[in-house]
Design a protein around this ligand. Structure first.
Ligand SMILES: [Zn+2]
Length: 104
């Protein structure tokens, strides 16, 4: 990754459902936790998203309550790991992914 890649200078919660990231290039991006979780890059979530929707599927308890992050920690210089209130912590969100997922 080149040194040109903008880096977060600040992460802040906005209310209960949003994250605001300030970037070194002056951009501010807003991310809802729901959107981040829906785009979790880990293998099991990706697999889950590839499955065809099952109308008879039973909602998991974790889907009935809003998910919240309990911890966000930097992974090296290129990513953040989010630990969710349901214990899910295998998603590593790279800075590039975070920029991509920014609400337009
Ligand atoms: Zn995941």
């Amino acid at each position: 990754m080149s040194s040109q890649t903008p880096r977060p200078t600040n992460l802040a919660k906005d209310g209960d459902d949003k994250l605001i990231i300030s970037w070194s290039d002056g951009l501010r991006t807003t991310h809802t936790w729901q959107n981040l979780r829906n785009n979790c890059p880990c293998a099991s979530c990706r697999e889950e998203r590839l499955k065809p929707p099952d109308p008879f599927r039973i909602l998991k308890p974790s889907e009935l309550v809003p998910l919240n992050p309990v911890q966000i920690e930097p992974v090296g210089y290129y990513a953040y790991k989010i630990t969710w209130s349901d214990g899910h912590d295998t998603g590593i969100f790279t800075l590039e992914l975070l920029r991509e997922l920014a609400e337009k």
